[in-house]
Design a protein around this ligand. Structure first.
Ligand SMILES: NC(=O)c1ccc[n+]([C@@H]2O[C@H](COP(=O)([O-])OP(=O)(O)OC[C@H]3O[C@@H](n4cnc5c(N)ncnc54)[C@H](O)[C@@H]3O)[C@@H](O)[C@H]2O)c1
Length: 320
């Protein structure tokens, strides 16, 4: 099956590309390389360096590629940037999505998978939230994901294209961009391995549901290929297990120390002020993905962290 992966040169998108290849499919990438990198892509994968905000250029790619399915990962994904620049957020996350949806419909795409977010849709939840939990997004980024799902649903109910939304929890793993404001794992790994200080905000008791990126790629493969009866269906993609920032920071610290051995000192973790608006707890229940597809997270947390720290260590080490 030929699949257009928008944002395929980014963190999650590039793992989806790899998984599609290993399952014998043909991924083709649309990415403007704003946060993604060509080097994230396996050799031989076609990359169209196109901005999803350019509907004509997007349409041209669809006419050329004629994909059967789309995995739409391209987005601006910073909550705080969306608060500072809601207009830009909507341009990329709403108008960009619409340009891809319209091109997909016109090209006769059969299935459209949309990267949504359980974190921003459900807000503060202290027990794993199912898909039926009411959505109450508070940031422009959250609003754009919520409205994005509604647009996918609109197309799915009014055209021949089926739609699925995958509501990820906090995704971590190799290739995550540590320069953004999301992705505490990537930020901690990169800073500590470079010998830079890393700061835990507030009391560090902010509980998140960390899901490993290859498990997210597997959920995308299921969403793209498994039979579906409804025109539109949202799925949570997470572990349901909570880990707080203190725990994850300590585990990363230990793993960094183990990696570098006696060769270098890893700076002690620092404490800083709490960030306004940070959720206390966010957990999601992925039973539906398990029931419909038999999907469940395969990567044990400790092993996922080891692999992530290992990857950042190799990046930080010349010839590593
Ligand atoms: N990382 C997480 O924990 C998480 C959680 C929930 C949802 N998501 C969603 O998953 C998707 C992928 O996120 P990620 O973590 O891989 O981020 P990322 O920044 O690594 O990937 C986004 C990709 O989209 C590309 N892109 C951005 N704007 C574009 C534009 N205008 N035109 C074309 N390409 C553009 C970027 O270059 C990048 O390659 C996003 O939709 C994000 O909102 C991520």
């Amino acid at each position: 099956m030929r699949v257009i992966v928008t944002g395929g040169a980014g963190f999650i998108g590039s793992h989806i590309v790899e998984r599609l290849l290993s399952a014998g499919h043909e991924p083709v990438v649309i990415d403007n390389l704003s946060t993604g990198q060509r080097s994230n892509l396996p050799a031989g994968v076609r990359l169209y360096e196109v901005d999803v905000r350019q509907p004509d250029a997007v349409q041209q790619v669809f006419e050329e590629v004629r994909p059967q399915a789309v995995s739409h990962q391209a987005a601006q994904m910073s909550v705080s940037l969306s608060v500072r620049e809601p207009y830009f957020d909507a341009e990329v996350n709403v108008m960009g999505l619409l340009s891809v949806l319209r091109a997909a419909d016109r090209a006769g795409v059969e299935r459209f998978v949309f990267a949504s977010s359980g974190g921003v849709l459900y807000g503060d939840v202290f027990a794993p939230a199912a898909e039926t939990h009411p959505a109450d997004p508070v940031s422009p980024y959250g609003i754009s994901k919520w409205v994005g799902e509604r647009y996918v649903q609109f197309y799915a109910t009014n055209t021949a294209m089926q739609g699925l939304a995958l509501r990820y929890s906090n995704v971590y793993g190799p290739r995550q961009n540590p320069h953004g404001e999301a992705g505490v794992v990537a930020i901690f790994c990169q800073r500590l391995l470079r010998g830079e200080t890393a700061t835990i905000n507030g009391d560090g008791r902010y509980v998140r549901d960390y899901v490993y990126v290859t498990d997210v790629a597997e959920a995308n493969l299921n969403a793209l290929t498994k039979p579906t009866l409804e025109p539109f269906r949202p799925y949570n993609v997470g572990t349901g297990r909570g880990v707080d920032t203190n725990q994850i920071a300590a585990a990363i610290y230990e793993e960094c120390v183990r990696r570098v051995g006696a060769s270098r000192r890893i700076p002690e973790l620092l404490r800083g002020p709490a960030r306004a608006g940070d959720l206390r707890s966010n957990l999601i229940d992925a039973s539906r993905a398990n029931q419909d597809w038999g999907w469940q997270p395969q990567m044990p947390f400790e092993q996922g962290l080891q692999q992530t720290v290992g990857w950042f260590h190799a990046q930080a080490t010349p010839h590593g």
